[in-house]
Design a binder for this molecule. Sequence first.
Ligand code: GLU
Length: 507
Amino acid sequence: MSASVRVRFAPSPTGPLHMGGVRTALYNYLFAKKHNGTFILRIEDTDQTRLVDKAESYIKESLEWCGLQPDESPWKDGKYGPYRQSERKHLYRQYAEQLIKEDKAYYAFDTAEELDAMREKAKKAKMPNWQYNSVTRNSMKNSLTLSEDEVKAKLDNNEPYTIRLKVPRNEEVRFHDEIRGWVVVNSSNIDDKVIFKGDGMPTYHLANIVDDHLMKITHVIRGEEWLPSAPLHVLLYRFLGWEDTMPTFAHLPLILKPDGNGKLSKRDGDRLGFPVFPLQWINDETGEISMGYREQGYFPEAFINTLAFLGWNPGTNQEIFTLSELVEAFSLERVGKAGAKFDAKKTEWYNQQYLRTKDNKTLAELIEPQLADNKIEIDRDRLYSIIELTKERATFPGDILKEAEFFFEAPSTYDERTVSKKWKENTPELLNKVKDRFGGTDYSASELELAFKAILEDESIGFGKLGPQLRLALTGKGMGPSLFQICELLGKEETEARIKRAIEEIS
Ligand code: GLU
């Protein structure tokens, strides 16, 4: 790659960042880091009517949680700042005016009512898709149809206006998309988009192109929903004389519902019980709380790993990738065109894998609040041992305590299935033998195991005739972590007491 890579993630702070947005940020980050380039965050807040308080800080916190730190952003200035479009307002008008001067844009004075009336009329004439374009502009109120004096008078009078791009008729607009290949559109299908509004603000289209140019963006990596706007953007580059340095486009595939039936939405998450946002979001107006991956107990590594695979694959069987491994492996060539189905179970699987890699101290800190809530006071080393034993079976840190519950409290009920299938007439007698034999050991897991095997041999029985029964007596459950480790951690006194109680309760 010749020019040094500069990419940007350009969210609009209109609400919580959807996981699709985080994926866009991730792919930009990976691409930048892979090419020793720069990852920029630009806040696109030109549409002041749609701004939502907290949305910007939510974006910042989400990226921080995911470990996707921008090199340049509103919070980390670089030489192309400011990075909030509302702070760059003064920059855009000159470009809109340049386009007017060169007959590539024009003032339009049509009011919202007049535009509505036009649409209505077209609908009645069975032309429902009325557009302001190379044909219809000739019968509208704009600087192409009005005389120079009339236009000047209107501007002097501060009459409301917009500036529209003068999209040519029947011209081919083509560009190469890194993911989709050649995209060719006839300009007759593009309407005369508003590029500048009467409130002195540019629209998304103009601000986006001007900023990408001024910030020397080399690659625009963004969601597929922007693909229909791309031809217009190409025209803007052409009209502004910047076609030579136009960034390369890459439009990422959609993230689909688990059944593949359309785009994944917040409603799907609510319906199927998984978050679609990185962090919890509270809607200040309605009080509605939307789940976040962080608050549900996901590790950012698992979330990132999931997102990485929604549209990209490494071409190998490797599934677990740290962020730096992703940087190493990532390429746009391996991003597919087809929508990627979201699989909530896979995200859980990733979380489980990452949980296993965490050391006991880290996990202990994560479950600290839960221990406090349950008023459990426990010696550190013992806690670490319990975590070590149960973490294999946990998907979320919160599962550890559930798995380890019996360490803190003797069972009061016994798993019915195991009782009916495994608890036989001779079980109490066998368990008493276990108790006695265990009493002669040092209660270390390895010795307990040897003692247990010796009983099985003496009695000529298999593990299935005594193991599940002992587990049931100690934990109340049919399944769980290593039996002998459990005994060691419970210790002699507690193990014996539990065996005794189970015999009394069950038999
Ligand atoms: N502000 C646009 C958005 O909210 C950015 C689209 C683009 O990357 O060009 O997604």
